[in-house]
Structures are given as structure tokens and as C-alpha cells.
Write a protein that binds this ligand. Structure first.
Ligand code: ZN
Ligand code: ZN
Length: 346
């Protein structure tokens, strides 16, 4: 089969690899029909995720069709159409029992990281019963690719951890796919204001269309002053960090209101300054989380009932075999006006 293979920082190729096989009775083999590229894959290619070894197939998102199942798989059979969760979970360990699938002792984020991933014609999914979701008949499968990672990530790490409430004020720092996923799912709770902050005017324009009440271009405006001005000097009840660099996290520290929450989503490679000299008396909460994907079934229902339109996060379509070009487009997201790219295995 063909797959997108990582060969060390800056190096990748679309090449022939052996088709995966069932290794454990709890495995399923899935033929990928649609997959996508994540900002995390770009981090891996930069060399930010050193556990990823030369020869690893990348990708942790996608939908497909079950090709084969191990003997112990009971919820899925050959021919079933499935959503692949970016988090693999056994459902049996202490962390899984707490609903913290991201820290599963036998899984977690392993796809396209510690084991071969979804940017391939086939993928082996361990603990298939707990790590795959059935696609309801008649679904728009492209829309459901957004359930593998970005929607549960934006919702769990941003909206739920950020305790978004009706009538509250929210700021989302970063208007990329994850920030926009938080913007879409924050609206389940009807906050009074959602302020999007980003240095790219196109992404802010998209955010406006997706329901942002205010936008701030922080390359042209002082975001701290502007947020204070929009919130009667108070700051926001929820500040969601959706970038993953020290400057954006520190911005959240300056715009959170007393009693508010800073909900971090970004993948950080460097330490950020914690301004306890001002925050110690502010009654704030700081949260971190790796997505658990426990809300995937709920989010699937909101898409099915058209309460959530996840398809609008998709800007580009490519054939899976054209993945090198897709990386080029996604890697130059601002220039290409790219959000999520869909790769179809024909
Ligand atoms: Zn991802
Ligand atoms: Zn587990």
C-alpha cells in the first residue's frame, strides 16, 4: 500500500509500505476513505515530537471502512463505516475508567506518533471497540473527519475546561482550525461575547462568519487594551489558548477577568512565564488537557441534527495520492487560506 512516511525533521515521502495486519485480537484493520493533515503533523515534521521515529506513517484523523477485525472485536465487522478517533483507548485501565482516554495505559495518542497512522491506504487500529465510532447511514463523511480530533479538542480542552456559560465573555487566541472548532462549539452555551484574536485578517473574517462577535488583529492592535475596552475593563471570563507559543499563553494571562479560566489547548514546546505577581489574587483557574474524545458521540449527534456544521472547516480537497501537495497547501495556510484539507482515497 501507499503511505505518507516521516523520515526525520523536514523529510517525508509518499511511498510503498507493507499493508498492516491484525496483531492483537482487539485490533481492526481499516481501509481509509478520507483523512486530513493536522497542525500536529507539521510540529512532527519540524522535529518537535522526537518520539516519532524515521519510517513512521503520519496521521491520526480519518474515516474508513473495516477490512478485517480481530477475534475479540465485538462492536464492528467487515464493511462497517467508521470514524477513527485520534485517541486510542482500551476502556479498561484506571485512566479509561475515569474517562481520561488520553492517558490510557495501553493507548492514548499513539496513531501517527508511536504506531503507524492514518495518512495511508490502510491503518491498524488497536482496541477497536473503544477507539472507533460507527458512521450513521447517509452521513456526509467529510464532515465527520472533523470528529477525529479538532471538534472534540476544541470542545473538551477549550469550551468544557474553560467553563463557557450563557451570557459570559470568551476570548479565543488563535483562529486556526482548533480555535475555530472552539468558536463553533462554544456557541452551544450562548456566551454573550466571543472575541477572536489572530494576526491573520482572513482567518478573522472566517471567525466572524462562524459566529465571533468581535475580532482583534493582534499584529495591528494591542489585544490586551482592546479586550479590556470591549469588557468594561474587566477582561474575559474564559480565555482559550489555541496556538501553543509563550506569547499567546501570556496574552491569556493579561486578558482573563478575576474569577475567570485560562483554558490551554495549544501544544507547547517552550515554557511560558506565569505572572503570579498579578494573578495570585485574581481567583483564576488555569487548565491543561490532552483531548480524551469522550464527547465524540455527543458531537456526532449535534452534526447529525445540523446543530453543528463541521463541514465549513474544510477548505481544500485532494486525492490521497496527492498528499505532498496537500502538505504544501496546509503548511502555507495563511497564503492558501487553508483550514482543514480533506484527502480522499479513491
Ligand atoms: Zn490532529
Ligand atoms: Zn485504557
Amino acid at each position: 500500500m501507499k503511505a505518507l512516511v516521516y523520515h526525520g525533521p523536514g523529510k517525508k515521502s509518499w511511498e510503498e509500505k507493507p499493508k498492516p495486519t491484525i496483531q492483537q485480537p482487539t485490533d481492526a484493520l481499516v481501509r481509509i476513505t478520507k483523512t486530513t493533515i493536522c497542525g500536529t503533523d507539521l510540529h512532527i515534521l519540524k522535529g518537535d515530537v522526537p518520539e516519532v521515529i524515521d519510517g513512521r506513517i503520519l496521521g491520526h484523523e480519518g474515516v474508513g471502512v473495516i477490512e478485517e477485525t480481530g477475534n475479540a472485536v465485538t462492536s464492528f465487522k467487515k464493511g462497517d463505516r467508521v470514524i477513527i478517533s485520534c485517541i486510542t483507548s482500551c476502556g479498561k485501565c484506571d485512566y479509561c475508567k475515569k474517562g481520561m482516554y488520553s492517558h490510557c495505559e495501553n493507548g492514548g495518542w499513539i496513531l501517527g506518533h508511536l504506531i503507524d497512522g492514518t495518512q495511508a491506504e490502510y491503518v491498524r487500529i488497536p482496541h477497536a471497540d473503544n477507539s472507533l465510532y460507527h458512521i450513521p447511514p447517509g452521513s456526509d463523511e467529510e464532515a465527520l473527519v472533523m470528529l477525529s480530533d479538532i471538534l472534540p479538542t476544541g470542545f473538551e480542552c477549550g469550551v468544557l475546561n474553560g467553563k463557557v456559560q450563557p451570557g459570559n465573555t470568551v476570548a479565543i487566541v488563535g483562529s486556526g482550525p482548533i480555535g475555530l472548532a472552539s468558536l463553533l462549539t462554544a456557541q452551544f452555551y450562548a456566551p454573550a461575547e466571543i472575541i477572536m484574536i489572530d494576526p491573520d485578517d482572513n482567518r478573522l473574517e472566517v471567525a466572524k462568519k462562524f459566529g465571533a462577535t468581535q475580532t482583534i488583529n493582534n499584529s495591528k492592535q494591542n489585544a490586551i487594551e482592546k479586550v479590556k475596552q470591549l469588557t468594561s475593563g474587566k477582561g474575559v471570563d474564559t480565555a482559550i489558548e489555541a496556538v501553543g507559543i509563550p506569547a499567546t499563553f501570556e496574552l491569556c494571562e493579561f486578558i482573563v477577568a478575576p474569577g475567570g479560566v485560562i483554558a490551554n489547548i495549544g501544544v507547547h514546546g517552550k515554557s511560558a512565564v506565569l505572572h503570579l505577581e498579578t494573578l495570585w489574587a485574581q481567583n483564576i483557574t488555569i487548565t491543561t488537557r490532552l483531548v480524551d474524545t469522550v464527547t465524540t458521540p455527543m458531537l456526532l449527534k449535534t452534526i447529525q441534527s445540523k446543530k453543528l456544521d463541521s463541514k465549513k472547516l474544510i477548505t481544500h480537497n485532494f486525492k490521497l495520492s496527492d498528499i505532498i501537495n496537500a502538505y504544501e497547501t496546509f503548511g502555507n495556510a495563511a497564503r492558501e487560506r487553508a483550514l482543514k484539507v480533506i484527502l480522499t482515497n479513491e
